[in-house]
Design a binder for this molecule. Structure first.
Ligand code: SF4
Length: 65
């Protein structure tokens, strides 16, 4: 699993940083998502964050490395 983020789509709601803080943070300047870890150990929190993201800015590539 590999995560990618689209900062142009992000509206800064902060759900991802709340639900999966090991993988996501918010930029302190513009509030948009910052990717901390593209390959986090726990995928369940990341999937929750993806489901909760209102802008579709988060993506998971399941195809492996
Ligand atoms: S949940 Fe989505 S819209 Fe909200 S900060 Fe994260 S990537 Fe941006």
């Amino acid at each position: 699993m590999r995560i990618s983020v689209d900062r142009e789509r992000c509206i800064g709601s902060g759900m991802c940083a709340l639900l999966a803080p090991e993988a996501f943070d918010q930029d302190e300047n513009d509030g948009r998502v910052r990717l901390l870890d593209a390959r986090p150990r726990s995928s369940s929190a990341v999937r929750e964050a993806l489901d909760a993201c209102p802008s579709g800015a988060l993506h998971i590539d399941e195809s492996g490395d």
